[in-house]
Design a protein around this ligand. Structure first.
Ligand code: ADP
Ligand code: MG
Length: 578
């Protein structure tokens, strides 16, 4: 067989296999192009899940006749003015999308750049440009997607499922750019210049209002990284990762390092099968990240993944540890000012104007105003509160209800504490902060593994030692366990293999720490005061003071809330006193 140089049409179809997997990927490419063209209003229409028609209209810069002609040529792009692949400031840069999509559909482009005397229309099937009366920006219509490649058509799912993927793509881009308006099928609308809190609520659902914690942290060691955005309080979670929005340098990604860090940060306060919500924007020096990995560009390569991971985990854990205090500021409708009667958590005015084609929102955050000092103090039938007591976040004990809940008054708030959840939280933190009891083994447990697995497991042996598991190499293809956490028997072979898999895929593993967490949580649960147990005032007071001192005190180890805070003004409302 002789070597044959493939014709362009075939090359494009092959490339399309990577770039346009399904309708949602077409939408992603076209909307990214619209954003790159500086549009601030984008209309997307999708018929029959994208099989029949995908139309994207933008009010961006448009194209000249020459540019329009070139735009559908392979590897033609306006976005790499020099040859520096590291400094990419646009969403797309490969110059592959338009020719690829055109090769597997009937595509037409209408565009107008405002400088030419009229607009232009390109019919990609016949490669013919005609003058058109199109006036602003660009409209790209993709009809009969994959009709030229029936094999690919077969892989499409039901229209509804494809539509859900399209919606997901649009939501991710809408979260990347709250300043831009997006409309999908006239049904989903994200208005332009939206306040970030409103954009988050529109995208994730109204239940997130007032329940997201702000993150805004720079890396301490150098200025190469910054993490901004929002994560959910631990009591707010989903059954899948749908509402996890992650961005690297303004680009939506589904990167394993980031997802893993998010999971690890919540490990203590959420089950493994529950998913926190987030909109997290990592800004990192382009020299430390390769975004040029896959055509779909949802994965990135970090030069130092463990560095990035550690930075993110710390930033998120610090924010979560503060939930005790924040909860008090978050709760209910304290105060009389209209502005704080609803949770307001962004300061839209301070948001910087967009200056480059893409940006990660640098969000000024405004938590609800704390309880104001000069307010009238309310008294329950308890002795006068001393100033110290008023400042106690969980307040002074009033009594116990149903042998299950502790009632307390804190400033102008009624506090209700779940005694079991509170004690469990304290016991767990206590256990966690004390070194684990280690049991040396007379006969080491030897586990046979492939050499690469041995290497993987040993690479995190220090970390495992901190969790009480001391392992070392045992020849080339085995490891031996010399010490294990006392009273703890597990299928160690299974665990170490799982650890090896994770290390080899992600460069780290949280298997052991997670198992340890579960064990501690169970122990704490069984050694905590039960619901139904009568407590005296001193016991109750100790419990409240201890929970105040406990990090992540707002959560029990199973992620349930430990206490609720009800402002007296809210109670006034029940009795129509306001
Ligand atoms: P890339 O985005 O990687 O450059 P594409 O194939 O997606 O490659 O687009 C090729 C070129 O066509 C872009 O570089 C841009 O100059 C032009 N283009 C595509 N879509 C638009 C649009 N909506 N508005 C203006 N120009 C566009
Ligand atoms: Mg593009």
């Amino acid at each position: 067989m002789s070597v044959r140089v493939l014709p362009d049409s075939l090359i494009n179809q092959i490339a399309a296999g990577e770039v346009v997997e399904r309708p949602a990927s077409v939408v992603k490419e076209l909307v990214e192009n619209a954003l790159d063209a500086g549009a601030d209003q984008i209309f997307i229409d999708v018929i029959d899940g994208g099989r029949t028609l995908i139309s994207v209209i933008d009010n961006g810069a448009g194209m000249s006749r020459e540019d329009l002609q070139k735009s559908v040529m392979r590897h033609a792009t306006s976005k790499l003015p020099d040859d520096d692949l590291l400094n990419i400031n646009f969403m797309g840069f490969r110059g592959e999308a338009l020719p690829s999509i055109a090769s597997v559909s009937d595509m037409t482009i209408d565009t107008c750049n405002g400088a030419d005397e009229n607009g232009w229309c390109l019919d990609c099937n016949i490669n013919e440009i005609k003058p058109s009366d199109w006036e602003i920006g660009t409209r790209i219509r993709v009809k009969n997607l994959f009709s030229k490649t029936p094999a690919r058509l077969k892989f499409l799912r039901a229209d509804k499922a494809e539509m859900m993927s399209v919606l997901d793509v649009v939501k991710r881009l809408a979260m990347a750019r709250a300043d831009v308006g997006f409309t999908l099928n006239n049904k989903w609308r994200f208005p332009k210049n939206q306040d970030m809190s409103q954009r988050i609520a529109d995208v994730m659902g109204n239940d997130v209002q007032g329940r997201m914690l702000q993150i805004n942290v720079g890396s301490a060691s150098d200025s190469s990284m910054r993490l901004t955005g929002f994560i959910s309080e631990p009591t707010l979670r989903r059954a899948s990762s749908v509402d996890q929005y992650l961005f690297v340098n303004g680009r939506p990604v589904k990167d394993k390092v980031l997802v893993g860090a998010l999971r690890a940060a919540y490990m203590d306060v959420m089950h493994a099968r529950e998913f926190p919500l987030c909109a997290l924007y990592l800004t990192i020096n382009p020299r430390y990240v390769d975004v040029n990995v896959s055509p779909a560009k949802t994965e990135v390569h970090f030069l130092e993944p463990s560095h990035v991971r550690a930075f993110i985990i710390k930033a998120l854990r610090d924010a979560l540890a503060k939930t005790l205090n924040h909860n008090i500021h978050f709760s209910g409708s304290v105060g009389t000012e209209k502005t704080i009667s609803k949770p307001v958590y962004f300061n839209a005015e301070n948001r910087p104007k967009v200056s480059s084609p893409h940006y990660a929102p640098d969000i000024a955050f405004m938590f609800k105003a704390p309880v104001s000092e000069n307010k009238q103090s309310y008294e329950v039938n308890t002795p006068e509160q001393t100033p110290e007591e008023i400042n106690l976040p969980l307040g002074r004990v009033i009594g116990q209800v149903a042998n299950k809940y502790i009632l307390a008054q804190s400033g102008d708030n009624l506090v209700i504490v779940d005694q079991h959840a509170a004690h469990e939280r304290i016991t767990y933190e206590h256990l966690r902060n004390h070194t684990i009891k280690v049991q040396p083994l007379l006969t080491p447990i030897v586990i046979n593994m492939r050499a690469e697995d041995v290497e993987a497991v040993l690479s995190i042996s220090d970390e495992m030692k901190n969790s009480g598991l001391h392992i070392d190499a045992f020849g080339d293809d085995a490891v031996a366990i010399f010490e294990k956490p006392a009273d703890w028997d597990l299928n160690w072979a299974e665990l170490l293999h799982a650890v090896a898999d994770e290390v080899r895929e992600y460069g780290h593993s949280s298997q052991l720490a997670e198992k340890l967490h579960l064990k501690l949580a169970n122990y704490a649960c069984h050694h905590s005061v039960r619901a139904g147990q009568k407590l005296d005032f001193n016991q109750m007071d100790t419990l409240l003071r201890d929970i105040e001192k406990t990090t992540r005190g707002g959560e029990c180890n199973h992620g349930r809330p430990v206490y609720k805070i009800i402002p007296i003004t809210e109670i006034d409302g029940w009795f129509e006193r306001i």
